[in-house]
Design a protein around this ligand. Sequence first.
Ligand code: NAD
Length: 489
Amino acid sequence: MKMQVETRVRAINCLHFINGQFVESQNQKTFDNINPATEEVLGTVAEGGKEEVNYAVAAARRALNGRWKTMSIVERSKILRRIGDLILERQEELAHLESMDTGKPFSLANSVDIPRAAFNFHFFADYMISVNTDSNMQDDIALHYTYRRPVGVVGIIKPWNLPLLLLTWKLAPCLAMGNTAVIKPAEWTPMTATVLMEICKEAGVPDGVVNLVHGFGPNSAGAAISEHPDVDAISFIGEPRTGTAIMKSAADSLKKLSFELGGKNPNIIFADADLDEVIETTIKSSFVNQGEVCLCGSRIYVERPIYEEFLTRFAERVRKLKVGHPLEADTNVGALVSKEHYDRVNSYIEIARQDGAAILTGGKRPDGYEKGYYLEPTILTGLDRNSRCVREEIFGPVVTVMPFDMEEEVIMQANDTHYGLSATIWTNDLRRAHRVAHSLEAGIIWVNTWFLRDLRTPFGGMKHSGIGRTGGMHSIDFYSELSNVTIKL
Ligand code: NAD
């Protein structure tokens, strides 16, 4: 058993952060935070509900009209920059906490999640300064100009897969535009959000501007935020079904909504692609973060002439991936986030078996790991396109691979889903790249690459994968209200 991996960083007990103070729940209720790599208890988490959300929303409402409102944009930008700097100063600690909470390799958290969390703040600290508004002269009759103001109190409800990266992706533009926030991190991954509150305070964010309430979704903190009449907008990342529930409870007070939801993303490989590059990138797009990334290309379609060669070489590389304790330096694939999620992912492997799939790699717990939610990277072939494994988001280290003959056929199959988040196309034929990209129903389309991001570009999904876009000006638009002022001359 190689479960005992030493770390200098200790797990933390997580309290709410309301009006600039760390506080327990009124009834002092807590729940355990479990380490998915060992199944041991990492610490406790305060369990919030309506009462804590009421306090947090009231604090956020007051803070909207306090020092935060009169602060110059330059001063606010400096605070955002300082938050980014402090995240980098505490990078290793945050990466350890993220890794313990999620089961993801420390190396991944340290090289991707935490640096990107800092960059989210640095990016919007710069971007906010350059945002301009329009003015229109209407002959000699009138001058029209637009004015941006904050939306108000924003509820930010987060998933567990990229906890700090995704929280900062929403919080940075939210603060940039002068809003205040009530945050609800995912119940399985509360630690880095809690540390971020310390960082915000140290960076000079006034009390009440950022608040955090831990807890669950239905009948708990999540639902309390989405139905609260004094919350003006909800920024939600998570499952489509949760999006529906949030939309229903937000409807009564007509909240502004931004949804980034699930995906079942096609990875389409044409025979003329550079196969070495395809395989290296497809390893990542299939199994990075245990496949727990909304953008993972979990449906792989390969043009028939290279299907067998691709499968052989891909499987060979996948078998070399090291599944192991997240804190071990050479681990490529860590543990899945929780027992509940592990069971859910395994249930799809069972469905694949019943549907007659060939399990080319994985499909089981790695040898030597009796504890922890480990699953070997799994390649499924031979499935019908109607199998649930091909149609539903598994959100784990499981991909399906299918051959195709015609461009039209693969486009039709790629679009044959309720999801529309991302897609990848591999080809060296420029015309085909454009043609297929324009035919795919997805918000984010990569050609000969994956996960290459520029934070100015629109990010988000269509169909059941989301509502609205974020990134650059799209984030600014969501986190601000535009008023047009007309002056008669
Ligand atoms: P989830 O929907 O189960 O939970 C997300 C958050 O919503 C959690 O904080 C949860 O406590 C809260 N919640 C649950 N029910 C609620 C309710 N009724 N009211 C208010 N809040 C509620 O999602 P998850 O399992 O944490 O995350 C995985 C999902 O997130 C996947 O579908 C994945 O694709 C998606 N995701 C999408 C993106 C994107 O950018 N599109 C990014 C990451 C993850």
